[in-house]
Design a protein around this ligand. Structure first.
Ligand SMILES: NC(=O)c1ccc[n+]([C@@H]2O[C@H](COP(=O)([O-])OP(=O)(O)OC[C@H]3O[C@@H](n4cnc5c(N)ncnc54)[C@H](O)[C@@H]3O)[C@@H](O)[C@H]2O)c1
Length: 457
């Protein structure tokens, strides 16, 4: 197959960023990114991209209109495509069988049916979305129902980028995984995709596996990352009660090369669009195969995360003399991690919701995520304001609650912050990233995750 045209269905965090990098590295390819959400397409074609990701603007600026095009999903772009990446959303099902656990594959199936309706000749269909094991098989069955000359080859190519460092992760990936059927045609299709990546990824980092191993690897990778976060978080309450400091423990434990230092930072819990949904997906898969203990094991990673969030909220309420009703609380950070505007499943949503249920008055601050925060909290009862400037956000607040460890929050002038807050003033460090003794010296009552509170008499 002579590869010329690539189509990506789904112009989201993954589709947009991944295709921008492929366009940048492969100027000989023509790449069309399509979405059913036309507002999103308009944003990709504007000066303000829908995704905030360091470095993304530059790559889009040099490729857009050259060999990268954002547009609607038309029969023509499907017909012209040699390779179609499907990077649509695969949220957790909220209805019917498997509700709350299984992935909702309706967007995926609709994409497959669009492809079936309009594709011509030979088409390689690449699963970019995270999908449960054996989705490719189902897709292949849908695509190969026609009695015609057309040919479809299904590959699994899960994306391992992390938001906030996506451009680096895409430009220098640890590995690129391509799962293919063990047939000569399947292997040929895998080779076409491997050739695209080999323009910038060393061959030894391009792993060819079976389709099922590839699909399952992605779920396992996310489950293991989340498990590390829950494991260190499961130590925080013990530290707070005994006087140990979880940061010292992370450091000491992480220096063991068998464990390693990354993903050992304690906090209010993980978020993002993937971890919860992928673990629940894995747990559901285990249960479907009668492996309920294995399913429970993985589900406990999510349960621990939920518990960490509720524990944090409880500490806030208890410190405020058991009531936050009518008190102004400033939330510093709403994105699920720094350097992104993504708030999907951010711990901030649950924290804000639980504090509003306690009738607190919230002021939400974040350098990039306020538009999404507004949408996330729309419709909730209670008093919520949004303020990008952290100094204004904390004016008249009883407590400042750090949720996202944006670097700018570490460097804030806390003396100035203290001066505009209500007395006694409280600070909750949900990421244990601040200088707690220094804050205590300034006059704050300091409640860090993972070490005992520093409280003035
Ligand atoms: N966000 C991440 O960090 C990340 C990392 C690795 C993998 N993933 C996986 O990649 C997939 C996409 O994630 P995302 O964060 O980019 O999601 P997203 O919600 O940002 O983007 C998905 C896009 O697909 C569009 N879409 C839905 N149905 C469509 C159709 N039939 N045709 C065209 N477009 C359609 C939606 O309108 C949306 O814009 C998910 O399966 C996710 O689990 C995400």
């Amino acid at each position: 197959m002579q590869l010329k045209n690539i189509l990506c269905m789904g112009a989201g965090y993954v589709g947009g960023s991944t295709m921008a990098v492929i366009a940048d590295k492969c100027p000989h390819l023509r790449i069309h990114v399509a979405d059913i959400n036309l507002d999103r397409i308009a944003q990709w074609n504007s000066e303000r991209l829908p995704v905030y990701e360091p470095g993304l603007d530059d790559v889009v600026r040099r490729t857009r209109g050259r060999n990268l095009f954002f547009g609607e999903l038309s029969p023509q772009v499907i017909a012209e495509a040699d390779v179609i990446f499907v990077s649509v959303n695969t949220p957790t099902k909220t209805y019917g069988q498997g509700a709350g656990m299984a992935p909702d594959l309706q967007y995926w199936e609709l994409s497959a049916r669009e492809i079936l309706a309009h594709a011509t000749g030979e088409t390689i269909v690449v699963e970019k979305s995270t999908v449960p094991v054996r989705t490719a098989e189902a897709i292949a069955r849908i695509l190969n129902t026609g009695n015609d000359e057309r040919r479809f080859y299904i590959l699994s190519n899960p994306e391992f980028l992390a938001e906030g460092t996506a451009m680096h992760d895409l430009e220098e990936p640890d590995r690129v995984l391509i799962g293919a059927e063990p047939t000569p045609e399947g292997q040929r299709a895998a080779e076409v995709l491997a050739e695209v990546y080999s323009h910038w990824v060393p061959r030894e980092r391009i792993l060819l596996t079976s389709v099922w191993s590839s699909e399952l690897s992605k779920l396992v990778a996310n489950a293991m990352l989340a498990q590390r976060v829950s494991s260190i978080n499961a130590i925080t309450a013990l530290c707070e009660n005994t006087g140990a400091d979880v940061r010292e423990i992370s450091r000491a434990v992480g220096m063991d090369p068998r464990i390693g230092p990354r993903f050992l930072e304690a906090g209010v819990g993980f978020g993002g669009s993937c971890f919860r949904k992928d673990i629940l997906n894995l747990a559901y898969l285990c249960e479907q195969f009668g492996l309920s203990q294995e399913g429970q094991y993985w589900k406990s990673v999510v349960d621990m995360n939920d518990r960490q969030i509720s524990r944090f909220v409880r500490a806030v309420v208890e410190s405020q003399f058991n009531t936050v009703a009518g008190k102004k609380l400033a939330l510093l950070g709403f994105a699920f991690k720094p350097h992104t505007n993504d708030t999907r499943d951010s711990p901030a949503i649950r924290i804000a919701t639980q504090l509003l249920a306690e009738r607190a008055h919230l002021v939400i601050s974040d350098p990039q995520a306020l538009d999404n925060a507004r949408q996330d909290l729309a419709g909730l009862e209670g008093e919520v304001a949004f303020e990008a400037d952290p100094y204004r956000a904390v004016e008249g607040a009883h407590a400042a609650i750090l949720i996202t460890h944006w670097p700018e929050y570490i460097d804030l002038d806390y003396r100035k912050i203290y001066s505009v807050m209500v007395r006694p003033s409280f600070i909750f460090d949900g990421r244990s990233c601040l200088d707690h003794p220094a804050l205590f010296e300034l006059g704050f009552n300091v409640y860090p995750i993972g070490s005992p509170p520093l409280v003035h008499d």
